[in-house]
Design a protein around this ligand. Structure first.
Ligand code: ATP
Length: 473
């Protein structure tokens, strides 16, 4: 079977209630999406799995939930006010907007600017070559605090955060002191971020409002290279453990010229989001990035000037975010390794990788979403074989109620059993439990497996343990 493309997932997502276009009854809102009943379960499960792995299963991790709107000075010293921009290009013919860094550089030109000047670059929409020179466009969403408009009063200007990381850096000292942490340790955070993207699109791959799972890992200078390698492998393995085929993942070492101003080294984990594209290199795009942010952030937010030229002089901060090492009696700024993943891109990758098709004995095509049981929106569906038999329906409803405090269970009697199974396969439910005529006699039900379609008779008294055990395995 050919790998599914994003369009297959868009259609499944709308039809089966994973993701809906946002503001749809008013014509939508450019590349905004809402998580529907099954999508919110899937996204919550992805976040819970990440949090469990990142925070609970480690000894060196704390969690945090910082504000979306921060003091504007955070974004001044982080560099976002000056540099968080994409190079924007307009087509004078059709007004299409493009990112210069995403346009193909034609052969024979040293830069995209030069190629645009020589009319060698085509608009991605109309094909004309009358394009403007690239100009920086800041991606931060502006808002205002209080009643004064930001135009009249610069102090009223604020931004919606474009990354969750800065909320961690400005809380670094509070967390370290309150939790009595010693290096190395990390702070993890999940939350919304906002970027006024020039070219959002490809479903939930690139949106203007999205969610991030970020962790900042603080280490001694000199231990940063090994820590980066550790987190690259750990993150890759996390996706693979949760069901992504490793052949659909690959590492990308960012070349020096692509590195952000704060980064010493960055490795992206790419996923094969676009298998239908002719050009092999264009089939892959970023799922997450792991960056060595050096000591840039802690230094830049510290009140002390650090270098001779006074480059990082910060007269606005009230704290020095350096670290005192009791053992060596040295004071220094920790280096930071940042694994930064997108919830939305992770959800998309998990959906794409889980999508499979299978033929029934009668030659009908069935879609099976082979999601990892931890991620599946619904863990078990309880189905009555005959909905006109009150005893069977009653028993099925009771079973659903007994299971629901322990795992996400649903009851469905809106079709024949074949149709009900097919529906659950399509949304990735690992198990269906069927109550039939015999159940009334033998106090047992049929448990059907999503992936093998095998059925097993299980005593009602053992059902919960049976399901829990199989879900864990
Ligand atoms: P890209 O190059 O695709 O714009 P980025 O390198 O700017 O991404 P980071 O700043 O490293 O992204 O953010 C970390 C992660 O957050 C990304 O790997 C991605 O999963 C997610 N992310 C970033 N921007 C968006 C967006 N506009 N929509 C959805 N997810 C995003």
């Amino acid at each position: 079977m050919a790998a599914p493309n994003i369009e297959t997932i868009v259609s499944l997502a709308k039809r089966r209630g994973f993701v809906f276009p946002s503001s749809e009854i008013y014509g939508g809102l450019g590349s905004s999406w809402d998580y529907a009943p099954l999508g919110v379960e899937l996204a919550n499960n992805v976040k819970a799995a990440w949090w469990r792995w990142m925070v609970y299963e480690r000894d060196d991790m704390e969690g945090l939930d910082s504000s979306i709107i921060l003091n504007r000075k955070v974004w001044k010293y982080s560099g976002h006010e000056d540099t968080f921009s994409d190079p924007l290009v307009d087509c004078r013919n059709c007004q299409n907007r493009m990112r210069a860094d995403k346009l193909d550089l034609p052969a024979g030109f040293a830069s995209i600017e030069e190629a645009i000047r020589h009319k060698a670059v085509k608009c991605t929409n109309c094909g004309e070559t009358d394009l403007t020179e690239p100009r920086p466009f800041n991606l931060m969403f502006r808002t205002q605090i209080g009643a004064a408009s930001a135009e009249d009063d610069p102090n009223a200007l604020a931004y919606l955060r474009p990354e969750t990381a800065q909320g961690i850096f400005i809380n670094y000292l509070n967390v370290q002191t309150a939790m009595r942490r010693k290096l190395p340790f990390g702070i993890a955070q999940i939350g919304k971020s906002f970027r006024n993207e020039v070219t959002p699109g490809n479903f939930i791959f690139r949106t203007r409002e999205f969610e991030q799972m970020e962790m900042e890992y603080f280490v001694r200078p000199g231990e940063d290279d090994a820590a980066l390698n550790f987190w690259v492998k750990a993150c890759f393995d996390w996706y693979a453990r949760l069901g992504i085929n490793p052949d659909n993942l690959k590492l990308y070492e960012q070349p020096k010229k692509e590195l952000a101003h704060y980064a010493k080294r960055t490795v992206d984990i790419l996923y094969r989001f676009f298998p239908e594209r002719d050009d092999e290199t264009k089939r892959w795009d970023e799922l997450m990035g792991i960056a060595n942010r050096t000591d840039f952030d802690l230094k830049t937010h510290s009140k002390k000037p650090e270098d001779a030229e006074g480059k990082r002089l910060n007269p606005d901060s009230t704290e020095d975010l350096s670290y005192f090492d009791e053992a060596s009696k040295e004071r220094f700024y920790p280096f930071v390794i940042e694994p930064a993943a997108g919830v939305n891109r992770s959800v998309l990758a998990f959906l794409m990788d889980a999508y499979t098709e299978r033929e029934t004995d009668k030659g009908e095509k069935r879609v099976i979403l082979k999601l990892h049981p931890q991620l599946a929106p619904i863990k078990v569906a309880v189905l009555p074989l005959a909905k006109n038999k009150p005893e069977i329906v009653g028993m099925a409803r009771t079973l659903k109620h007994q299971l629901q405090p322990h795992l996400r269970a649903v009851y469905d009697d809106t079709g024949g059993i074949g149709k009900l199974y097919a529906r659950q396969d399509e949304i990735g439910t690992p198990f269906c439990v069927t109550v039939d005529h015999e159940s009334l006699e033998d106090e047992a039900v049929t448990v059907r497996d999503r992936d093998t379609w095998e059925q097993q008779r299980v005593k009602i008294g053992e059902l919960r343990n049976h399901l829990m055990k199989r879900l864990k395995n």
